[in-house]
Design a protein around this ligand. Structure first.
Ligand code: C2E
Ligand code: CA
Ligand code: CA
Ligand code: CA
Length: 278
């Protein structure tokens, strides 16, 4: 054990040391990946249940194309990126890339929608409004076709500030979606305070729907959406039964592995080609 000036014994702890070292390497690797531009945007189709399940838009989902690890999902790097203060920059890049791509698809499908996730650090970034405005100008995407998704927990941390930022975004003409809707129910009364257009029903509710009949949380959430005049999108639809029940409940739009997994842009282009040939 080493003894420092204060007389406190500090023993070398190999486990702690290994953890700190691992963390240091992970940070370094992530910064290197950002610098090298190893990130990609994949897109998951959003379908219209009432219109034969045609694809009407997509959600942009970031991935890391790691030189050794392959395709890394956001759950494995977003927290660290957030701690390193890199999410506003990465998110800004995703936004621009997604809007550019949306415009390309709009040539074939006017009104094709692009959903982009916003994190807490992006919402509190004073440059956000300016950045969204500039991206819309640069890419030429009609603002109404951009939907910015944020989770209830992000929106409700500072309700007054969120309402202010969201109103400014809405003045640009973009739409706002509450993501993972229903998972933060304590703040239901605040729904009317926030200028929200769309609610994305969390997949836990979709997957908990009973096989036959019976009431479900998904149904209750759809009822709330209707009450507040919000367009619902059901997330995490994994089988035909769920899709059918959601359609009967009037969910309108849905997203999930049953329809399509997130895919690179080229996959969506092919899907749209096939769709327009039908
Ligand atoms: P999210 O916004 O709730 O996105 C939906 C997630 O559910 C995606 O995971 C998607 O691949 C997955 N998913 C879609 N359909 C199904 C299904 O049928 N079953 C199941 N089990 N899962 C399904 P992914 O791409 O790994 O993203 C995870 C989370 O990372 C996202 O959750 C979002 O919160 C965050 N994220 C992803 N991309 C971005 C981004 O560009 N910026 C920000 N700030 N966050 C992002
Ligand atoms: Ca989302
Ligand atoms: Ca979600
Ligand atoms: Ca989520």
């Amino acid at each position: 054990a080493k003894r420092d000036g204060g007389g406190v014994a500090r023993r070398f702890d190999p486990v702690l040391f290994a953890k700190a070292e691992q963390r240091r390497l992970a940070e370094h690797d992530l910064m290197r990946g950002l610098e090298a531009g190893e990130f990609e945007v994949h897109y998951q189709p959003i379908v219209d249940l009432d219109n034969g399940g045609i694809t009407v838009g997509v959600e942009a989902l970031v991935r890391w194309r790691h030189p050794e690890k392959g395709l890394v999902p956001p759950a494995l790097f977003l927290d660290l990126a957030e701690q390193l203060g890199q999410v506003p920059r990465l998110g800004g890049w995703v936004l621009e890339e997604a809007c550019r791509q949306a415009l390309a698809w709009q040539v074939q499908f006017p009104g094709f929608e692009m959903n982009v996730n916003l994190s807490a650090s992006q919402l509190t970034n004073p440059k956000l409004i300016q950045e969204v405005r500039e991206v819309l100008e640069r890419t030429g995407l009609p603002p109404r076709d951009l939907v910015l998704e944020l989770t209830e927990s992000v929106a409700l941390t500072d309700l007054v500030e969120s309402a202010r930022v969201l109103s400014q975004l809405k003045e640009l003409g973009v739409r706002i979606a509450l993501d993972d809707f229903g998972t933060g129910f304590s703040s239901l009364s605040h729904l009317s305070t926030l200028p929200v257009d769309v609610v994305k029903i969390d997949r836990s509710f979709v997957q908990a729907m009973p096989e036959t009949g019976g009431a479900s949380v998904a149904e209750a959430v759809l009822h709330i959406a209707r009450t507040f005049n919000l367009s619902p999108v059901a997330e995490g639809v994994e089988d035909a039964g769920q899709a059918e029940r959601l359609k009967d409940l009037g969910a309108g739009r849905a997203q999930g592995y049953h329809f399509a997994r997130p895919m690179p842009a080229i996959g969506v282009t092919e899907l749209l080609d096939k769709q327009s040939a039908e």
